[in-house]
Design a protein around this ligand. Structure first.
Ligand SMILES: C[S@@+](CC[C@H](N)C(=O)[O-])C[C@H]1O[C@@H](n2cnc3c(N)ncnc32)[C@H](O)[C@@H]1O
Length: 317
């Protein structure tokens, strides 16, 4: 069986310390957590976070043999600082985030994430929250729906799809994934290529339901703040909107040197200071994409917190 390149690369780029403290902020089914635990010694510690209760329950069972070293917390990584505090963790050697949905969430029809499976239009990762995809498509006005599709799905036919949704719901509530997929497909004139016409609509609704981009911006900032010097933050994103957020946040902390009129230069960026570990980003190889088509658009970026910008200057000299 082909080894998952992204997972191995992520572990290598994190340069895991045996006695280190790590956070997996999207623990899912525990694949990355397990890989981290395999690299930690008896004094190492791992905190796993997920906003989906099913994921926490599943992973608790999977990592039972490392219970003493690994603590799992239900919560949103947008509050990673508060969650770490709860676990009495002040600073860490590394944080991983593997964004988006897990295959379990996608494959479970009743979660409503995928047009490939029949299910109620839910899409909540945290099932205690009030807003579902069903609520958005049946109660938001046409303009709001079009904005969601445009902003979070980059759906060029956003107005046309929103019109169709509003028209369809006049006949009765749109309740299931397959119903919505059909409405979108009709609005876009049916399937032409390899990609299903409802792909962008489903992505957009999922991002809106879970307020994913807001969580990501806040979570990234808090995560950088939790790193101790030499600590690393590794993020895998799955679409351009996520990646843009990651790139922007990381670039801000890496900063840049500005030349001054009076001579010399000054570093400009956000504190704490970081440096790139991946100069651009890492992508999976062809075999990995064949085995896991979702990995097709994934990108891994890693930064390291350093003492100050001068350190970066001396290191790169
Ligand atoms: C791609 S999966 C992670 C898979 C995991 N790396 C593994 O090896 O099994 C993404 C996970 O992140 C969780 N998630 C997404 N956004 C989150 C957030 N803002 N806070 C906490 N968990 C989140 C999802 O519920 C899902 O379980």
């Amino acid at each position: 069986m082909h080894k998952p390149v992204m997972l191995i690369q992520m572990m290598e780029l994190l340069s895991v310390k045996k006695e280190g403290v790590y956070i997996d902020a999207t623990v899912g089914s525990g694949g990355h957590a397990k890989a981290l635990l395999e690299r930690l010694g008896v004094d190492g510690r791992l905190l796993g976070i997920d906003r989906d209760e099913d994921a926490i329950k599943r992973t608790e069972k999977r990592l039972l043999d490392r219970e003493g070293q690994c603590q799992l917390l239900l919560g949103n990584f947008s509050d990673i600082k508060g969650l770490a505090q709860k676990a009495r963790v002040k600073e860490v050697d590394g944080i991983v985030m593997d964004l988006g949905m897990s295959s379990e969430q996608i494959d479970q029809g009743d979660r409503g994430f995928s047009f490939m499976h029949e299910g109620l239009l839910d899409m909540r990762m945290d099932r205690t929250q009030a807003v579902t995809a069903e609520k958005i498509v049946n109660t938001y006005d046409r303009g709001e729906i079009a904005d969601i599709l445009w902003n979070f799905g980059e759906e060029k036919a956003s107005s046309r799809v929103a019109n169709r949704i509003v028209l369809a719901r006049q006949k009765g509530r749109i309740k299931t994934t397959k119903e919505l997929a059909q409405i979108v497909s009709d609005a876009k004139g049916g399937r032409r290529g390899r990609i299903h016409p409802a792909t962008k609509t489903f992505q957009a609704l999922r991002i809106a339901v879970n307020r994913e981009l807001e969580s990501l911006s806040k979570g990234l900032e808090e995560a950088v703040g939790l790193l101790r010097e030499g600590g690393r933050l590794a993020v895998i994103s799955y679409h351009s909107l996520e990646d843009r957020n990651v790139k922007q946040c990381f670039s801000q902390h890496v900063g840049r040197w500005e030349s001054l009129n009076e001579g010399g230069s000054r570093w400009k960026g956000s504190m704490p200071v970081a440096q790139w570990i991946t100069h651009t980003f890492v992508v999976p190889d062809q075999e990995e994409v064949q085995q896991n088509p979702r990995a097709r658009s994934s990108k891994l970026r890693v930064i390291e917190r350093i003492k100050n910008a001068e350190e970066k200057k001396t290191k790169t000299k």
